[in-house]
Design a binder for this molecule. Structure first.
Ligand SMILES: [Zn+2]
Length: 114
């Protein structure tokens, strides 16, 4: 079982390879029609490759607001008020890393995908 090339969720049968040249370009797998569409657009622009790192950095920044909202709802915002953006991003990355590590471990253990 593979993970989505874009969001690292479990892939679900959506795939893309530039010009269907599996010998020349990477074969990407995706979790959904939405990721397939976005990933295909990226791969077409970058010679078949998907470079997630700039997107990942932006996604981490974009996650700050929903994290702040959740902290606010739980009454925890005050504890984080004096923290730097870098420290907040560490929390976000820890959640993402933990989530992705679990997905890989479950996949490696042969957990049924559906
Ligand atoms: Zn995805």
């Amino acid at each position: 079982m593979d993970l989505c090339a874009l969001c690292s969720r479990q892939s679900r049968g959506f795939g893309f390879c530039l010009h269907l040249r599996f010998d020349r370009y990477p074969d990407h797998r995706f979790c959904s029609q939405a990721c397939l569409k976005a990933g295909t657009r990226l791969a077409r622009r970058s010679n078949g490759m998907i470079d997630k790192s700039p997107m990942e950095r932006q996604a981490i920044r974009d996650a700050r607001q929903p994290l702040a909202e959740a902290l606010g709802e739980l009454g925890l915002l005050a504890a984080f008020q004096d923290r730097s953006a870098g420290e907040i991003d560490r929390l976000i990355e820890a959640c993402i890393d933990g989530f992705q590590a679990s997905m890989r471990a479950q996949a490696d253990a042969g957990v049924a995908p559906f």
